[in-house]
Design a protein around this ligand. Structure first.
Ligand code: KIV
Ligand code: ZN
Length: 517
């Protein structure tokens, strides 16, 4: 990788997946990894192989099944971790071992209970060991921003001599301020022996809302790799958001002076990637989220709309097309035929099989009957809803809900199964609760409802509602989604989707991995 480019190292599947409440199955990780490859990230951190069988398997499968990016596996500075990572990465065309150890006084004293000299020795031995399996070795000094600079210089010089090729400077607890973080990168680049032969990398957490700003300050001071996650998901407040970093580097290429295309990212894939990650993790994107939020390109005030109509650049610093959203906000309607529908799907980056296209079109027609204008965001939600379904052991055939002030909310459902229709009726605290109780009765399953959220896909009173539910059963977590112009129906669809995932065994247990990090 040329030093005139910034390497995009995506850690959605590792740090991102450590977000409280995220629960990705191995198949879902593979799906995201394929999309990350389409997006054009340089490195995919696929997991922390030693931490659990699932993490190992997910990393191994990404190596086997996903073409393009290098694949990284995380490992603490120990032989066991490094060997597990090496084994999981064995079949990757381009493999990277990412080993780390904490270097701040507070971590060394209280967490590791080790002296700095011992930490330095472990770091060097880890890098030397990792080099036996690959010549692409990244070393991270965990909690770098609260570490003593002379110690950082010493340990980083030593790991370069031991063979590290990328030096990552994590702001593990999101404590740094941009100017300070930039200065740290500059100081390290000036003083670490061998600094010119390696790539300096940023890995900033967002506890103070500064992850993106800190990462960019790192780039201004010579860092040439940024560790990011899609939608900024990750531990606590998350990591630097991929879409924000990429669009900042691209939109302000004049400021960063790294060349016209500073990253290898195909920005038209950004929106689709963001939607996929949101859907599979169950993390709804806030409407005002930069780049990928529902309002990111919406103009409401009269003065702004007037300006936009006269000349887009008055209020738009980048176009929605750049991230893969159609330029025109009103696109399809009930008279749109299959050809127009297929064309729009392609423009949005969805390459559907004939069967998927047929199913998505049927659903689109249902929605278009109720909703006059179907926007690109609606289309993305419909496609995700249809295409990402597991086998539909249970299908919602009929739903009737009755509720109101002073009445007992009741629901009746008819659910289609391979062995015939199942009917049930129930009452609840509210219409959704009543519908869920009726679904539980009809399916004979009683998972716990762990989370429920609903968002309007676009604005207006006819907006599609998208519901996300998280259910748990036998220590496994499952996420379901449903969309409809009727929010109770969207809620029922989401619940049935989660139940179908339960039946398909598509959940995962997070406790194992949490204990390790
Ligand atoms: O935040 C952090 O320090 C990390 C390291 C493991 C790179 O995620
Ligand atoms: Zn991290």
């Amino acid at each position: 990788m040329s030093k005139d480019k910034v390497v995009i190292f995506d850690t959605t599947l590792r740090d991102g997946e450590q977000s409280p409440g995220a629960a990705l199955s191995i198949n879902e990780k593979i799906e995201i990894a394929h999309q990350l490859a389409k997006l054009g990230v340089d490195v995919i951190e696929a997991g922390f192989p030693v931490s659990s069988k699932e993490q190992f398997e997910a990393t191994r499968r990404v190596c086997n099944e996903v073409e393009g990016p290098a694949v990284a596996g995380l490992a603490r500075a120990s032989k066991k971790d490094i060997e597990a990572a090496a084994q999981a990465l064995e079949s990757a065309k381009k493999r990277r071992i990412h080993t780390f150890i904490a270097t701040s006084p507070v971590h060394m004293k209280h967490k590791l209970r080790k002296e700095p000299a011992q930490v330095l020795k472990m770091a060097v031995e880890a890098v030397e060991h990792a080099r036996q399996f690959t010549d692409d070795v990244e070393f991270s000094c965990e909690d770098a921003c609260r570490s003593e600079i002379p110690f950082l210089i010493e340990i980083l010089s030593a790991v370069i001599a031991a063979g590290a090729t990328t030096l990552n400077i994590p702001d593990t607890v999101g404590y740094s301020i941009p100017e300070e973080y930039g200065r740290l990168i500059a100081q390290l680049r000036e003083n670490v022996t061998g600094a010119d032969d390696v790539i300096f990398s940023t890995h900033c957490h967002n506890d103070l809302g500064l992850a993106v700003a800190n990462s960019l300050a790192g780039v201004s001071n010579g860092a040439r790799q940024i560790e990011v996650s899609v939608n900024g998901i990750g531990e606590r407040a998350g990591n630097a958001a991929l879409e924000e970093i990429v669009m900042a580097l691209q939109t302000r290429a004049d400021f960063f002076d790294i060349g016209k295309s500073p990253v290898n990212i195909k920005t038209q894939q950004i929106y689709k990637t963001s939607q996929l990650v949101s859907r599979l993790t169950g993390f709804v994107i806030q409407p005002n989220k930069a780049i990928v939020g529902a309002n990111a390109f919406a103009h409401e005030s009269g003065i702004h709309v007037d300006g936009i109509l006269k000349e887009r650049s008055t209020y738009e610093i980048m176009t929605p097309e750049t991230i893969g959203l159609g330029g025109s906000r009103m696109v399809l309607g009930r008279h749109t035929g299959m050809a127009g529908f297929e064309d729009r799907c392609k423009q949005l980056g969805y390459m559907l099989t004939k069967e998927e296209l047929k199913e998505a079109y049927e659903r689109f027609s249902e929605v278009a009957d109720k909703k006059k204008e179907v926007f690109d965001e609606d289309l993305a939600a419909i496609i995700n809803d249809e295409v990402h379904r597991v086998e539909q052991v249970y299908q919602l055939d009929y739903l009737h809900v009755s509720s109101g002030t002073g009445t007992l909310p009741t629901a009746s459902v008819r659910i289609k199964t391979q062995s015939g229709m199942r009917l049930a009726a129930a009452w609840g605290d509210g219409p959704v609760d009543a519908a869920y109780e009726a679904i539980r009765k009809a399916t004979d399953l009683a998972p716990n409802l762990e989370g429920y959220s609903i968002r309007a896909v676009t604005g207006g009173k006819e907006a599609l509602g998208e519901t996300t539910v998280k259910i748990s059963h036998d220590n496994q977590m499952y996420i379901g989604r449903g969309v409809s112009t009727d929010i109770i129906e969207a809620s029922a669809r989401a619940y049935i989707d989660a139940i179908n995932r339960l039946v398909a065994g598509q959940g995962r247990d997070k406790s194992e991995m949490k204990a390790e990090l």
